[in-house]
Design a protein around this ligand. Sequence first.
Ligand SMILES: C[S@@+](CC[C@H](N)C(=O)[O-])C[C@H]1O[C@@H](n2cnc3c(N)ncnc32)[C@H](O)[C@@H]1O
Length: 285
Amino acid sequence: MSWAATQLDQADVFFGHGCNNARDEAIWATLHMTGLMDQEYHEIASNRISEQDYSKIRNLIEKRIQTRQPLAYLIREAWFAGHRFYIDERAIVPRSHLGDLIQDGLEPWVDTTTLERALDLCCGSGCIAIALALTCPNLIVDASDLDASALEVARINIDRFQVEDRVQVIQSDLFQNLPTCRYDLIASNPPYIPADELNELPEEYLHEPSLAFAGGEDGLKFVLQILIRAADYLSDQGYLLIELGNNADALESAYPDFPFLWLTSRSEESVVALLSKDELQRYKF
Ligand SMILES: C[S@@+](CC[C@H](N)C(=O)[O-])C[C@H]1O[C@@H](n2cnc3c(N)ncnc32)[C@H](O)[C@@H]1O
């Protein structure tokens, strides 16, 4: 494992697709290749890695370094909100800060027991929609995305977690094909990378669908459309939860008098905003 971590560090690969350092990625690769991912630490702490497994791990780490593909794509696995999702190049690797917040039951901000219908707008692999459905056992969720290929991955995950009776995918350009029903929660991790930053993204991002990143000139193109239109799709007590990543400051600066409530996730970052229908209706974006 320390061999793998050293190789990853020395090769200067980018971390940020499920892990943020070489050691964690080496552990993930090792547990995956040895089939020990679901074991408790105390059960495997003294295990020795077989020659055969060691060779598989070495090949995986070498491929990771040579191709710069995110590990998640190489092993077709991404962890999100404590669940193991299927992932491949048709959808962006799940890593939204919404995952931690959903895993923590959106407490103390949203009373999830009152939610009946939710929308995951720009759903990609379906990770947010499915995590919501797994956290709230009676919730009905629509998962929408413009990209038909990403929706194929979402369907695989819906099957995997057996939530097909409560999560449906809808191909839609933002709100265009969505039903007029009122959602109690709209969660969204839309594309928000400004045009001038697209060329500076780490090589790992080039393996992901570009549609997932490009947020227009200032990164706020989709965010703004969502802020303007979300209220029309929310129930009276409904909320919009939207991730802005590194572009959170840009949104604050664009609308300095809007009372954004930024939720802090486990990584201590505050890049997800919670807005009520009432606030969205009163403010002229
Ligand atoms: C940052 S990714 C988030 C995916 C997923 N929610 C996640 O957190 O892993 C943004 C998603 O927005 C989708 N998208 C881009 N333009 C869109 C549009 N006009 N309407 C709907 N979805 C769009 C992309 O296909 C991509 O799946």
